[in-house]
Each structure stands twice: as C-alpha cells, then as structure tokens.
Design a protein. Structure first.
Lengths: 112, 111
C-alpha cells in the first residue's frame, strides 16, 4: 500500500516552460487536492477534485491546470512556469473532503 | 488575510517537558480543526482533530484544546520527546468547504 505517490521529487524549470506534476493514490479515495507550501504561509490549496471528472479551483489556481480522468490519478500542469511558482507542491487525498488528508512527499520545484 | 494564524514560527522545549503550540482563527464558521505534523522531506501527516462541539480531544500524549469564544486552539504534547521535533500545522474548515492551514510552528525538543 503506497498511499499517495508524487513524481518527480525535484524539478528545475526555466521561465516559460511547461510541465506536469504527477500524483497517484491507491486508497480509492474520491477527494484529491494539490497544495503549495511557501515559507510562513502554510499550505495553500491550488485545485481539488471530489471525484473522477470533477475538478474545482482552490485559493491560488492561476497558472495551473488539473484533470481527473481516473479515481487514482490527479496531475497538476504548469502551463508557462514563472519564478513565483517556485515552491514545494503536495498532493493529498482523502475519503471525502471532510476527512483528514493523506499527503504525498512533495515535489520541490524551482523556476529560474 | 490569513484566516488561520500560528504566531510562533518556532518553539524549543526540553525533553520530558510540555510543548504547547498555539493557533488562532478569525472565521467563526469554522467547525472542524486539525493538527498535522511534518518532518523534513516528507508530506504532512494527520495528528489529531477536534470538532467545534467539543472543547478537548486527547490521543495519547497529544491533547487539543478549543476555545471557541476566543477563536483559539492549542496542541499540548506531554511529555515531549526528541522524535516530536517537526513542523506543526493547524488547519480548519467548515463542512463542505476547503481546508485552511496556518503558517506552521517548528518544534525543537532538546534531549
């Protein structure tokens, strides 16, 4: 039972490049979400999904896209990377949106 | 404006003593509160939670207290152990709404 798996662990991008952060969970959770962690600001919600085919915006969605074609996978796409997107990104899942979250180990992204 | 605030960025305590981590919130609609613990290079893990209908919840060495009138919650760890050294995040939400996290407090427990 791997829980929530994120890849890659580290990534360096140049401004303007695009990339996809992968997230997969094997707990059959309906609710999945993406957070970014910045110093002193805690974790801020980027996008979330309450089930396959359903996604919605969180607190800081600009510059990011998501899709949820299966229950297991919830990739996060950076359309045109900017230095302000340098952060640590965490994917999380839970049974439903009111249950405690299970987090992956994060992707550290640097945009130069 | 941050709706959930952890005003102490760091806290240092001696092994065996009590650690008290504090959290304040501004949104009176919040009715469920959680604490997460995070080690370096790992994701946060759920520690303990409390519903707004309670004022205390205990799980082993960890106790969370909620003071609704003051919009304040605290996490007590007794006794503190070196393995408790981590960043602690408090979080809050109202039913069906997104979880809002505080900025975190780094706890260091000295042997």
């Amino acid at each position: 039972n791997a829980g929530v798996t994120q890849t890659p662990k580290f990534q360096v991008l140049k401004t303007g490049q695009s990339m996809t952060l992968q997230c997969a969970q094997d707990m059959n959770h309906e609710y999945m979400s993406w957070y970014r962690q910045d110093p002193g600001m805690g974790l801020r919600l980027i996008h979330y999904s309450v089930g396959a085919g359903i996604t919605d915006q969180g607190e800081v969605p600009n510059g990011y896209n998501v899709s949820r074609s299966t229950t297991e996978d919830f990739p996060l796409r950076l359309l045109s990377a900017a230095p302000s997107q340098t952060s640590v990104y965490f994917c999380a899942s839970s049974y439903d949106r009111n249950s405690p979250l299970h987090f992956g180990n994060g992707t550290r992204l640097t945009v130069t | 404006d941050q709706q959930v605030k952890q005003n102490s960025p760091s806290l240092s305590v001696q092994e065996g003593r009590i650690s008290i981590l504090n959290c304040d919130y501004t949104n009176s609609m919040f009715d469920y509160f959680l604490w997460y613990k995070k080690y370096p290079a790992e994701g946060p893990t759920f520690l303990i939670s409390i519903s707004s209908i309670k004022d205390k919840n205990e799980d082993g060495r960890f106790t969370v207290f909620l003071n609704k009138s003051a919009k304040h919650l605290s996490l007590h760890i007794v006794p503190s152990q070196p393995g408790d050294s981590a960043v602690y995040f408090c979080a809050a939400h109202s039913a069906g709404n997104m979880l809002t996290f505080g900025g975190g407090t780094r706890l260091m427990v000295k042997p």
